[in-house]
Design a protein around this ligand. Structure first.
Ligand code: HEM
Length: 503
């Protein structure tokens, strides 16, 4: 009998322990939205399970939250807020701008690569660069310089490559082509160097481009470590990804330093590019000039190519939209007495309102910079009532915002360029509802330039070629780097119109 009661007691003890542990490990059910949070582990288990589909997972979570905002906790003191709420976005990017800088955590992750360039600095260092750059980005001379570079790259490289692919019936990776285009272009803008990555001889430039890409991907990979201490240990020991990162940074810095040195010595002087506009200030050291240039290359490198790659993928299954774009381009071309293949002027590009809408609609659903993060300097309460503490991070989730019913209505997940058109003209959206180019004092400086480049390429390609996207009905997977790139690229077959060739 005594043995029996000991057994019952022991069983009862085990059962109680089991129930207690279950309770301890169960997600806190105080509310049924937001990130599932476990005692001690916070949202880490869910983060680890969903890291490979981070954007989709976080979009779903935010869509289910009453104000499209969720608080996130992870062990190791990582706390923050992720929001897809335009009022919160306006608050962090404009109304309370001073309280939400990039912050030390963000800056330290990218510092080895970007130093103190505009993209990776706050306060005075950022202000000086912003002032010079925003003045220069608004000059007619810089706009003409960009226009000229884009036109030459299209005529002498992009179109001949596509014609050749059509002739030889070779499949191309369109994403790769567009990235090379953008890289050549932004290097010309930054320091008037043509790396020749697209179709040129490209020997020196290709190494620079590869190293730049590795450095960007590996630096941004640091954001996804469950335990940030890990990358710091790897960096200290110089192993694995951190060793590769160091090597790629050395290659990028050597390439840039050589050009800057030669420019400072007065050789190859040219007064059109960004470098020459910053060299004018004798307080800028060669290292700082390098940081400035690298930040600009990063900003303009694969943002436009990302947008255009998704744009061409969408067009492949939307002949109705393609027809409307074609008809608009044809009308403008005929009105201005041009032949197919002639470059379009700035004014003609500006008149392409439907094309502008179709590209914007692409970026609404596939924003080149899908999520962006700042730090919180002092405790604050966001407009929707969310409490945020000092040293927490705050991310505005552009990818999720493009998919929020609260912002875009019931048809938010449909691709509809018409939603941007009012009385036949493109209607801009409030940048806090559509923060694809950021908003407030740190808004993207290259927005106009980006549209010039994207519209010039789209107009030139669509009039002259048919593209057949391999697996066009499957949404391509993406790689989460600083920008939204397609995993495995975008393989396409190309047919030059009027040649009678078939795919
Ligand atoms: C579709 C194309 C583009 C998109 C979607 C885009 C988007 C963005 C976003 C979201 C930011 C804010 C990043 C942050 O602060 O964390 C930004 C900043 C910036 N962008 Fe762009 N960008 C594009 C093209 C370009 C181009 C072609 C340039 C020219 C080189 C450029 C230059 C810059 C610069 C200099 C900044 C930093 C502004 C500052 O911090 O004050 N962007 N861009």
């Amino acid at each position: 009998m005594e043995v029996f009661s000991i057994q019952v007691f022991f069983l009862f003890f085990l059962l109680s322990l089991y129930i207690y542990l279950q309770f301890l490990n169960a997600p806190k059910k105080t509310k049924n939205y937001g990130f599932k949070t476990y005692p001690l582990l916070g949202a880490l288990p869910e983060f680890l399970m969903n890291r490979h589909q981070f954007l989709e997972w976080t979009t779903k979570v935010l869509a289910n939250c009453p104000t499209n905002t969720a608080v996130f906790h992870r062990p190791g003191g990582v706390h923050g807020v992720i929001t897809a709420n335009p009022l919160n976005v306006e608050h962090m990017l404009k109304s309370n701008f001073e309280n939400y800088p990039k912050g030390i955590r963000f800056i330290s992750l990218l510092e080895d690569f970007l130093g103190n360039g505009i993209f990776n600095s706050d306060n005075e260092l950022w202000k000086i660069q912003r002032k010079t750059a925003s003045y220069e980005f608004n000059t007619k001379s810089l706009r003409n310089f960009v226009m000229e570079n884009v036109t030459v790259e299209i005529r002498t490289r992009l179109l001949p490559i596509l014609s050749k692919a059509s002739e030889t019936k070779r499949f191309l990776d369109l994403q790769d082509i567009l990235e090379r285009f953008a890289f050549d272009n932004v290097c010309k803008l930054a320091f008037n160097v043509d790396p020749g990555c697209l179709g040129g001889d490209g020997t020196a430039g290709a190494g620079f481009m590869r190293a730049f890409e590795d450095a960007a991907t590996l630096s941004s990979g640091r954001f996804m470590y469950a335990f940030p201490l890990l990358w710091k240990v790897k960096k200290f020991l110089q192993v694995g990804t951190e060793q590769r990162l160091r090597e790629s940074i050395v290659t990028v810095h050597e390439f840039a330093d050589k050009i800057i040195r030669s420019r400072l010595e007065g050789k190859d002087s040219d007064d059109q590019d960004l470098l020459s506009r910053f060299i004018g200030n004798e307080h800028n050291s060669p290292e700082f000039l390098r940081d400035i240039i690298i930040s600009f290359i990063l900003a303009g490198r694969d943002t436009t190519s990302s947008a255009l790659t998704w744009f061409f993928w969408i067009l492949s299954s939307r002949p109705d939209v393609k027809e409307k774009i074609l008809s608009e381009i044809e009308t403008i071309r005929v009105q201005n007495g041009k032949r197919i293949g002639d470059p379009f002027s700035l004014e003609e590009l500006r008149d392409m309102q439907y094309l502008h809408a179709a590209i914007s609609e692409t970026m609404r659903l596939y924003p080149p910079v899908p999520i962006d993060t700042k730090a919180c300097l002092n405790d604050d309460v966001l407009p929707d009532g969310t409490v945020i503490k000092k040293d927490w991070f705050i991310s505005y989730h552009t990818y999720a915002m493009g998919r929020m019913e609260n912002i875009w209505g019931k048809d938010c997940c449909e691709y509809k360029p018409e939603r941007w058109i009012e009385n036949g003209m493109y209607r801009s959206e409030n940048p806090f509802r559509f923060p694809v180019f950021h908003a407030g004092p740190r808004m993207c400086l290259g927005k106009d330039m980006a549209y010039i480049q994207m519209k010039s390429i789209a107009a030139a390609v669509i009039e002259k070629f048919e593209m057949e996207v391999v697996n066009k009905d499957t949404c391509p997977a993406h790689v989460l780097s600083l920008t939204l790139r397609m995993k495995g690229g975008l393989p396409v077959g190309v047919k030059e119109k009027g040649t009678g060739l078939v795919f």
